[in-house]
Design a protein around this ligand. Structure first.
Ligand code: NDP
Length: 475
């Protein structure tokens, strides 16, 4: 919707054919057409090792009380062989396959068949049919925004079962965690492979497909931009938000239930992780319409990176803190608990306000107030594949005047708070902050590369006005 609104009336648009005012070719906007050896090597590395990394972390908790070093020491000292570890690993079970199939089917039903009603009674919530940003081929997709509703229905049913119906134990997710991992992998690979085949034989929009000719790159980064089945089943919106992010809070609740079952109480660190991550998840669904303007939806193509990542990487590695706390229940002192809560809430506030300022600025086309003043910005232009010229603005005041991605800085503060809640006995819970730092720094650089391709010299003016990426004065 942002770019759609930014588009000036037809008489103000100019048609061009190859390059825009910034001297950048349209063919550069979006993900790469050509693959350099470094990207290819990273992609092959991830395709080979990312599933093993997930398995390793979960296995360490299951067999080694969350120690990342002990399995390596055992193997190195010859006390154990890989086959010993593998033999102790729970296999795929019929029960897990049923749970997972029911779960995904339920989320598909909530996504496809229940139009949003939350926006009818929740003031300020934007749901129902919304438009995405203009794609490189000049398409504006419509989306049914009903994630908040899906999250609420799912959680109401979860609590109804836990406190009233007792059809299944609330520890069900923890109790089947490794068998469910195999199911999630099957879905992740199936959906990525299907997306690749689909892009060759029946793409949703052929003009928004990108083929590099390199099988591994295309499989990982995706070919189709917005693959869909029918009018409404959008792969990116569905797999990104549900089943992974709806599951995130349920997984944490299942860990809390397991603590209760094992130790007769839920520790304050577990409550902190549940609350802080719960706020983050709810924020995601409350702002799902704005999510249509984020990099995932606006710029990334749908491949293994999103398909497998959403099914496996996200639910398994973003929830490591809760899993760790089942094995190591940490009761924080009051001062530490308050300090961590404050860090998490301040991080969240920065994350939310930064995203809000950009959204407000783009939505009102600059006719708004940022910190009580008229916003400062840089005018810029870009072109879609059909040569239509669009105009946009880059905000340079508020948090966007401090750094070019201060939203990531807030996100990192919140991420650090989840990890700190687990104490300092093991490094496993700190994987998240290390990963998020790498992810968001890389994302920052990737986004800036793309924005430079899109806006050319206007982007250079912007980076001169706001010279730092994440931390003012430092980076
Ligand atoms: P942003 O929301 O920062 O979006 C970047 C886009 O915003 C750019 O491509 C550009 O798009 C536009 N933009 C950049 N600078 C400006 C400016 N000064 N004024 C106006 N528009 C600008 O990034 P993401 O989509 O990556 O992230 C959204 C949120 O999601 C972040 O808060 C991030 O922390 C979070 N996130 C969380 C992840 C997780 O795994 N937990 C993963 C990724 C993100 P355009 O082409 O429209 O100009």
């Amino acid at each position: 919707m942002a770019a759609h609104q930014e588009k000036k009336p037809p008489e103000e648009r100019k048609r061009r054919s190859a390059a825009n005012d910034n001297g950048t070719s349209q063919a550069q906007w979006g993900r790469a057409w050509e693959v350099d050896w470094f990207s290819l090597a990273s992609i092959i590395f991830l395709l080979m090792f990312a599933p093993l990394i997930v398995y390793y972390f979960i296995m360490c908790c299951d067999q080694y009380q969350c120690s990342l070093m002990d399995p390596l020491i055992d193997l190195f000292m010859g006390k154990k062989h890989l086959s010993d570890i593998w033999d102790k690993t729970p296999t795929l079970t019929y029960r897990a396959a049923c749970i997972y199939t029911l779960w995904v089917t339920f989320q598909v039903i909530l996504y496809v068949f229940i139009p949003d009603f939350c926006h009818k009674f929740l003031p300020g919530y934007v749901g129902g049919v919304q438009e995405g940003a203009v794609t490189p081929a000049g398409v504006v997709n419509k989306y049914e925004i009903n994630g908040l509703q899906a999250w609420i229905i799912t959680h109401v049913l979860w609590f109804a079962n836990a406190y009233y119906f007792h059809f299944f134990s609330p520890t069900i997710i923890f109790d089947n965690w490794i068998p469910l991992l195999w199911c999630a992998n099957i879905l992740g690979y199936a959906v990525s492979t299907f997306a690749m085949i689909k892009s060759y034989f029946f793409p949703t929009n052929a003009k928004d497909c990108k083929f590099t000719g390199n099988f591994f790159y295309d499989y990982m980064m995706g070919i189709e931009f917005n693959p869909r089945i029918g009018k409404w089943f959008d792969f990116k919106l569905f797999f990104n938000g549900r089943p992974g992010i709806v599951a995130w809070t349920l997984i944490n609740l299942s860990y809390a239930a397991k603590q209760q079952e094992l130790y007769g109480q839920v520790t304050n660190s577990m409550i902190l992780v549940n609350v802080l991550q719960g706020i983050y998840v709810l924020d995601f669904f409350w702002n799902e319409a704005r999510y249509l303007k984020t990099i995932d939806i606006c710029h990334d193509h749908f491949g293994w990176y999103l398909g497998w990542g959403d099914c496996v990487w996200l639910p398994y590695l973003y929830t490591l803190q809760g899993l760790y706390l089942v094995y190591h229940p940490v009761q924080l002192g009051t001062a530490n608990a308050i300090g961590i809560l404050m860090l998490g809430l301040i991080g969240y506030y920065i994350f939310r306000m930064t995203n809000h300022q950009k959204d407000l600025f783009r939505r009102t086309n600059g006719n708004c107030k940022i910190w009580g003043k008229k916003p400062e910005y840089i005018e810029c232009s870009y072109m879609s594949v059909d040569g239509t010229k669009y105009y946009s603005k880059l905000l340079t005041s508020g948090f966007w005047g401090w750094a070019r991605h201060f939203n990531y800085t807030g996100d990192l503060m919140g991420s650090l708070a989840y990890c700190l809640a687990c104490g300092f006995e093991h490094i496993l819970p700190y994987f998240y902050i290390v990963y998020m730092t790498i992810l968001l720094t890389h994302r920052c650089i990737r986004d800036e590369h793309r924005c430079f391709s899109k806006y050319g010299k206007d982007w250079k003016r912007y980076t001169a006005a706001v010279p730092y990426r994440l931390i003012p004065g430092i980076f």
